[in-house]
Design a protein around this ligand. Structure first.
Ligand SMILES: Nc1ncnc2c1ncn2[C@@H]1O[C@H](COP(=O)(O)OP(=O)(O)OP(=O)(O)O)[C@@H](O)[C@H]1O
Ligand SMILES: [Mg+2]
Length: 254
């Protein structure tokens, strides 16, 4: 099934919020998704409620101690599965060079352990182009790029497009991607301008669904839950449900 990296080098654009809510809804629909938290900030791990007793019990153990990925899987409070992160994971970026073996390590692990034959994998990347985020892109067969509707968005999007093109050169294949506009505020002219520019630049690769600026999306992580548990009737819940429907019906997420 699909291996989806949620990535944008720009920070705070909604990568973690998007991974969390797509995974939560997939789980509610019975898909048994596995989330891999590749961000040493470990925000998603924190929201999941998974307890990580030591760095070796997180994804760090896979890179630095040869632990199996399957042995690191934890159950999030609301039922989806996660390979958690830990602050020590930041050492991976400095400890290893950027050789092909390390960049392919996650992909090789997922395939060797048959981790996604019957479940989708969603990877939450960190806002930096280093060993960890490259691992998520190399392991993925598609990339979802959240773009927040703020004034630096267009610059961030062009930077992402350049990055993906450079990687395609190495991977020798086109990286299938979709851009999703997040934090859209219909009262702000700028949100509409950004949407128009993105659609002109990236055409059908921009999702029809926009994720609106929504207080329930901002508040739910504080209660360690996804928006479907926190505020099922909210705009945020409706938007992420529409996004998942769009990704599934278009065949992007299978
Ligand atoms: N649609 C939204 N409406 C309101 N707040 C949002 C929305 N999406 C994300 N947020 C909030 O914006 C902040 C950044 O979101 P998030 O952590 O998902 O971004 P990120 O891209 O994962 O950040 P980082 O690059 O640090 O990993 C969080 O406080 C989150 O709750
Ligand atoms: Mg994040």
């Amino acid at each position: 099934m699909a291996r989806l990296a949620v990535f944008n080098q720009k920070g705070g654009v909604g990568k973690t919020t998007t991974t969390l809510n797509l995974a939560a809804l997939l789980a509610k629909r019975g898909a048994d998704p596995l989330v891999i938290d590749l961000d040493p900030q470990a925000h998603l791990t924190g929201i999941s409620g998974a307890v990580v007793a030591a760095p070796e019990r997180s994804l760090y153990g896979f890179y630095c101690n040869g632990a199996s990925l399957a042995g690191l899987i934890k159950l999030a409070r609301s039922g989806w599965k996660i390979i958690p992160s830990h602050l020590d994971l930041s050492r991976v970026d400095t400890q290893f060079g950027k050789g092909p073996n390390i960049l392919n390590q996650l992909r090789a692990g997922i395939i060797k352990e048959n981790l996604n034959t019957d479940r989708p994998i969603l990877m939450d990347a960190c806002p930096m182009l280093g060993v960890l985020s490259l691992n998520s892109i190399f392991a993925a067969d598609r990339v979802l790029v959240p773009i927040s509707a703020d004034y630096l968005a267009i610059r961030g999007a062009s930077q992402m497009e350049r990055t993906l093109r450079a990687l395609e050169h190495v991977l020798k294949t086109r990286v299938e991607r979709r851009y999703v506009i997040t934090r859209f505020d219909s009262r702000r002219k700028m949100s509409w301008q950004i949407e128009q520019q993105l659609r002109e630049q990236y055409g059908a690769e921009v999702c029809e669904t926009r994720i609106a600026e929504n207080v329930s999306l901002a508040e739910s992580p504080a209660s360690k839950c996804d928006v479907f548990e926190h505020a099922p009737g909210s705009r945020g819940a409706r938007d992420y449900a529409a996004l998942l429907d769009e990704l599934e019906t278009s065949g992007f997420l299978r």
